[in-house]
Design a protein around this ligand. Structure first.
Ligand code: AMP
Length: 540
């Protein structure tokens, strides 16, 4: 027997319609790529998204067509999120930090028909264009005054001109909630990037999940500034979560340095923000240098890479911000777990509470997880056993876009994340490594993340990476690679002594090498494949 409730498909356009109707005068503030701030309301954003949908239709875009963006977090990008998906096309956000050959692969694999881009990326787009035959128009996200005098692009259109030519009345179509809405490619450190194709349903369910108290906990009284880019996993779903809750939205544009962020935080009364550890490290240093404090910022999310405990502690103790550690991936929309305490933990001593906050945290509703050994047997939730992390749920990938062998990605309905983790009795998951990065010493596993976290807690260390290098007896042993802070001169022996009493003696790295910098992926993660190549012949 079916239920008798209305059959209203979940659609992305409904989020913006809701905000335009019920939070009409709530603001969206955006730092323009051209300079200066742009300020309008959900009411106006909705009108412009409708104009844009009309413009897309006039350019021949129809259901399922891919429309790409290469853009910062700004109001035009926000309009594209809603206009493209809202009309039934697929909003394909591209990470401009990827290498040119990856970008070409992605644009051609997605078969993007239009590509919208910010002024910053004009030189990049001019290089890509000759190799992207199926892109019919390149649309510069600016006004007529900022169009380049000359360009090599075959068909350049102006965003504001497109909108100006259209009426602001558009009836958002109603379609199946499983319809594709947006497309993101994984960063692909080893293989070619893989496309994750989200649906309206998965996006809406993820937006509800993101809003929950133990997740982002955002309400209509919040002012939200996503530092995490809209070109990387939909800025962790924030552009969808904010209209659902009627939050004021502040979009930082290209200015992601600490001073620019702090200025916006203070000026716009930001209460909530989200970003990767690197960004928060930079901000912490800036706050310390100027002995600054936040006027309104109360909560932050950190994720995308393991967050060193020292950073979590500093934000809480020195800046009085509740900082939540979260884990996720492009394939999980991306929110999977967030580290928030249960009520029984509030009675624990401060260090034990902090030890829980340092973990990647508990699942949000909509995500189920387990850890398994090499034979696929489920491992206990004792906080000690670690194995491959598997997840499932309505906003977890079922198959990659254009998969060579469809239907093979999941096993018995579970997606293998490629991460290795523990889960404790209260359900707190802790990532110990990417499965490719674990160090296997004499048949036992050593967590490179744990060793890196300890190294960066040393006052002389700016950044650290730990990789496994061949060893005649143990097959692999850890090598610590360190970037020292400017003017600091710590020795290898002192760094190794720093591990004493903090980890099992056999975990302590065998050697330390000092480097000027460490390689990173386009999304800011340590590029360990390259480090392993660079140190392939290393003799311990
Ligand atoms: P991406 O799809 O580019 O967002 O990368 C996802 C991967 O980033 C995950 O599979 C993890 O390996 C890593 N990651 C994300 N968040 C965390 C975290 N809080 N701690 C450790 N690793 C993380």
């Amino acid at each position: 027997m079916l239920g008798l409730m209305m059959q209203t498909p979940l659609r992305i356009a409904a989020l913006l319609e809701h905000a335009a109707k019920w939070h009409a005068d709530t603001e969206i503030v955006s730092r323009n790529t051209e300079g200066g701030l742009h300020r309008y309301t959900y009411h106006h954003a909705h009108l412009r998204a409708q104009q844009l949908a009309n413009a897309l239709a006039a350019l021949g875009i129809g259901p399922g067509d891919r429309v790409a963006t290469l853009a910062w977090n700004n109001h035009r990008h926000f309009e594209l999120y809603y206009a493209v998906s809202g009309m039934g096309a697929v909003c394909h956000t591209i990470n401009p930090r990827l290498f040119a050959d990856q970008l070409l692969f992605i644009i051609n694999d997605a078969q993007d028909r239009l590509l919208f881009f910010d002024l910053t990326f004009l030189p990049l787009v001019e290089k890509l264009a000759p190799h992207c035959p199926q892109v019919e128009h390149w649309v510069l996200m600016t006004d007529r005054a900022h169009l380049p005098a000359a360009t090599a692009l075959p068909s350049l259109l102006c965003y504001e001109d497109l909108l100006a030519a259209q009426a602001a009345a558009y009836e958002w179509p109603v379609f199946d909630e499983y319809t594709a809405s947006s497309l993101c490619y994984t960063s692909g450190t080893t293989d070619q990037p893989k496309g994750v194709l989200y649906s309206h349903r998965s996006t809406l369910l993820h937006s509800y999940a993101a809003s929950l108290p133990d997740c982002f906990n955002c309400s209509s009284r919040d002012v939200v500034l996503p530092v995490v880019p809209m070109f990387h996993v939909n800025a962790w779903g924030i552009p969808y979560m904010v209209p659902l809750n009627g939050c004021k939205l502040v979009l930082p544009g290209p200015g992601l340095d600490a001073a620019s962020l702090y200025e916006l935080f203070e000026q716009e009364g930001v209460t909530f923000s989200a970003g990767v550890p690197t960004i928060w490290f930079g901000l912490l240093q800036y706050m310390r240098e100027g002995q600054r404090q936040f006027g309104t910022l109360r909560r932050m999310i950190v994720g995308g890479a393991a967050c060193p405990p020292a950073l979590l502690q500093a934000f809480a103790d020195e800046l009085h911000v509740e900082i939540r550690h979260a884990w996720g991936m492009t394939e999980t929309s991306p929110l999977g777990t967030v580290s928030t305490l249960k009520s029984k933990h509030l009675a624990l001593p401060a260090e034990e509470q902090q030890a829980l906050r340092n973990k990647q945290g508990r699942v949000i509703f909509g995500v189920d997880m387990k850890i398994v050994d090499d034979q696929g047997q489920e491992l206990p939730h004792d906080g000690v056993a670690f194995g491959d992390l598997l997840v499932r749920g309505p906003f977890i990938v079922g198959d990659y876009f254009h998969a060579a062998q469809p239907g093979q990605l999941t096993q018995n309905g579970w997606f293998r994340t490629g991460d290795v983790a523990t889960i404790d009795a209260d359900g707190f998951m802790q990532i110990t490594d990417r499965s490719k990065d674990v160090i296997k010493s004499g048949g036992e596993w050593i967590s490179s993340i744990a060793l890196e976290n300890l190294a960066v807690a040393h006052p002389a260390v700016a950044e650290a990476a730990v990789i496994g290098v061949p060893h005649p007896k143990w097959s692999e042993r850890p090598l610590l690679l360190v970037v020292r802070k400017p003017g600091q001169d710590v020795s290898a022996a002192e760094l190794l002594r720093f591990y004493e009493g903090k980890v099992a003696p056999w975990w302590v790295p065998n050697a330390v090498e000092f480097v000027d910098q460490l390689p990173h992926t386009a999304t800011g993660k340590l590029l360990k494949t390259q480090l392993r190549q660079d140190f392939a012949g290393y003799k311990l």
